[in-house]
Design a binder for this molecule. Structure first.
Ligand SMILES: Cc1cc2nc3c(=O)[nH]c(=O)nc-3n(C[C@H](O)[C@H](O)[C@H](O)COP(=O)(O)OP(=O)(O)OC[C@H]3O[C@@H](n4cnc5c(N)ncnc54)[C@H](O)[C@@H]3O)c2cc1C
Length: 557
């Protein structure tokens, strides 16, 4: 490690963020770093934030856009993982619950407490005992900090209107857990890392590194926007490339121990803000969830071992049919008709496979592999990413034999959108209502940006609505402060409008105009982006249609 000494001028204004071009210029002119982090998913973002907070000079590179990988394709649960009790992974559950509670405090606009129901089949007395035991243990390990589990009678309205064959259920157990906006959590961790002094560059690909005779690491990177290769020197490299972890030169030795498992999710155009459901799959081990997401219903997930990781991972007809069969069996068709499925996405888990067990029985705990000053992360859970980063940085301290400084974990440090939440939100709502903006649009902005909506309050023209999707100010914030560079970045990974039934198509015209003005993009380039966005939606429409016999589409990148 170098301990690059620099006067880092940290602007304390929350929400402040340097632009990609500013950072890139400095990276190229002073290419010496303590740590280079590969990957802008949740693990890379949390690692960069923690390392920068501890005074290291950090560079994070992401080959596509932030949260392009698994981190925007999760089940959106900030949880301990009730299911992991079945594989006796008490450590994972305990840490998950601790991390969930921290997220509820540090990102209250992005992580919310929600109630989950586990319906109990009347004919399966043993199930009732097993679930009761599991939930009692979950409470004991920390679950009860936000509320203990309880019994939910069969005649309760949410059960009556949602479940199939209501007379066959004796009721449900209810427990509380967290639901999160995974993608926005990545973005806010990136902003926070930059505010702590890290350099974060999206669309910048790690190519390879070589070690000099005196132990330095020379990293070759490729700037995908300016089409330029450049080198930086690093004291340590931290590989957080998720499912692409083993593809990079220098990391192939890991191959044998890694297993990849794809999981898919379906979105239904059904308005629902009621309880979430945890249902046993029955035909095979495991459970699936049905829960509200952006006011609609999300259903997932599946487990399928894969050897190739396509970009992006895509749901197959069989995977969709599997989820359809559970829904048909367990849920009332008035509540969840298959014809209302309009979107599907897939993500890939990276699992450390030291035994030959089926993927469902493999622990989700992260593993750090250390080779001198090169650290590689395999697996892990989104919820526990901060704890995983802490563990990794401790290993780096050990590997570099750092004794003259101690590692600080910024427990409870708020993410950028969490500061001054109440006041900023009140002022934003008042200003928006004065301009006649519908509450639905105002609350969507608050749920995305938290207290950073105050930037919109300060610019009256930013209140202009873009159809029913978002406000102009949200697009401005995405581009000016969050490095969104394309139509897809804005629609999918900043505003999540792609997950709404119209998939953001109606907002494209205005977004193109803003991208053209701010980033000086050429019209032809923007037309091409629009064409690709629509083409991808169209291309993959067919799989959902074949699985169900209707329309639908998949995520596009
Ligand atoms: C179906 C499914 C559901 C899940 N649900 C949950 C859940 O509800 N709760 C939970 O806590 N966890 C959940 N998880 C686990 C969680 O999603 C992952 O642990 C987490 O997102 C992994 O993040 P990551 O940063 O390690 O990887 P990723 O998010 O995949 O990030 C890796 C990044 O590295 C980049 N990259 C790759 N190669 C290069 C290169 N050469 N140069 C630069 N960048 C590169 C990629 O573009 C990518 O953005 C789920 C996982 C799956 C698959």
């Amino acid at each position: 490690m170098y301990f690059v000494e620099e006067d880092k001028e940290k602007d304390e204004e929350p929400g402040w963020c340097r632009t990609r071009e500013e950072m890139l210029k400095e990276v190229k002119s002073k290419p010496l770093f303590d740590i280079v982090v590969i990957g802008g998913g949740i693990h890379g973002a949390c690692f960069a934030r923690l390392a920068a907070y501890n005074g290291f000079k950090v560079l994070l590179v992401e080959k596509k856009d932030y949260a392009f990988g698994t981190s925007s394709r999760t089940s959106k649960m900030a949880h301990g993982g009730l299911r992991y009790l079945e594989i006796f992974d008490l450590k994972q559950v305990k840490e998950g619950l601790k991390a969930r509670d921290e997220l509820l405090k540090t990102a209250p606009h992005l992580v919310k407490i929600h109630n989950f129901l586990v319906p109990i089949d009347k004919s399966k007395f043993f199930d009732r005992v097993r679930i009761k035991f599991g939930l009692s243990l979950y409470d004991l390990l920390g679950g009860k900090r936000i509320g203990k589990h309880s019994w939910y009678p069969a005649e309760s309205r949410p059960l009556v209107i949602t479940l199939n064959k209501t007379s066959e259920w004796s009721g449900a157990y209810e427990y509380l857990d967290g639901l999160m906006n995974d993608t926005r959590l990545v973005i806010e961790n990136i902003i926070s890392a930059i505010q702590e002094g890290a350099f974060c560059i999206n669309y910048c690909e790690w190519k390879y590194f070589k070690r000099t005779s005196d132990g330095e690491l020379i990293c070759t990177l490729y700037d995908n926007i300016n089409k330029e290769e450049f080198e930086v020197k690093a004291g340590a490299v931290v590989n957080c490339a998720g499912p692409w972890v083993k593809e990079m030169p220098g990391f192939q030795g890991l191959k044998k121990k890694i297993l990849f498992s794809q999981g898919i999710h379906l979105l239904f155009d059904v308005s629902w803000n009621g309880p979430a459901f945890l249902m046993p799959k029955r035909e095979k081990p495991g459970y699936y969830f049905v829960w509200p997401f952006l006011g609609k219903v999300l259903v997932g997930t599946t487990e399928r071992v894969v050897s190739e990781i396509p970009e992006p991972p895509t749901p197959t007809e069989e995977e969709i049919k599997e989820l359809f069969s559970y829904i048909k069996r367990d849920f009332n068709t008035d509540f969840l008709p298959l014809s209302k499925a309009y979107y599907a996405y897939a993500g890939v888990r990276t699992l450390y496979n030291s035994t030959n067990r089926p993927s469902i029985f493999i622990s989700r705990r992260p593993r750090w592999v250390v080779h001198g000053s090169v650290l590689t992360l395999i697996g892990g859970k989104f919820t526990t990413a901060n704890l995983t980063a802490l563990e990794g940085l401790k290993l780096l301290f050990k590997a570099a034999d750092i004794r003259d400084r101690s590692l600080i974990y910024p427990e409870g440090r708020l993410l950028p959108g969490a500061g001054l939440l109440r006041r900023s939100v009140d002022e934003f709502l008042l200003a928006g209502r004065e301009r006649g903006i519908p509450d639905k649009l105002l609350y969507s902005a608050i749920n995305r940006f938290g207290s950073r909506v105050r930037y919109i309050t300060q610019n009256s023209s930013w209140f202009e609505p873009i159809g029913n999707s978002c406000l102009v100010g949200e697009v401005m914030l995405s581009i000016k402060q969050e490095q969104a560079l394309t139509i897809n970045d804005v629609l999918k990974r900043r505003l999540l409008v792609q997950y709404l039934p119209d998939k953001g198509i109606g907002a494209i015209g205005k977004i193109k105009e803003i991208l053209k003005n701010i980033l000086k993009k050429q019209e032809a380039e923007l037309d091409k982006e629009e064409e690709q966005y629509k083409k991808r939606l169209k291309e993959v429409d067919g799989v959902l249609e074949r699985a169900r016999g209707g329309g639908g589409s998949f995520d596009c990148d």
